[in-house]
Design a protein around this ligand. Structure first.
Ligand SMILES: [Zn+2]
Length: 68
């Protein structure tokens, strides 16, 4: 854990907490909760089910901004 300065404290916090993301596929309506690694995988390779390329937009963070 590295705290660079006050301005980046929030970012550091996000990275150190084992973050979960809700992946909501715009194509096949799959909704799964994934960790950071899987999120990266999906961003690189597309949806795990339909392989549609998705952007970070398809992910939401349950503890932060709830988008619906
Ligand atoms: Zn999909």
């Amino acid at each position: 854990m590295v705290v660079l300065d006050c301005g980046t404290k929030l970012t550091v916090l996000e990275r150190t907490v084992p973050q979960q993301f809700i992946f909501d596929c715009p194509e096949c309506d799959t909704v799964v909760t994934v960790g950071t690694e899987i999120r990266t995988e999906i961003l690189e390779h597309g949806c795990v089910l339909c392989e549609t390329a998705v952007s970070a937009d398809a992910f939401s963070q349950p503890e932060k901004h709830q988008r619906r």
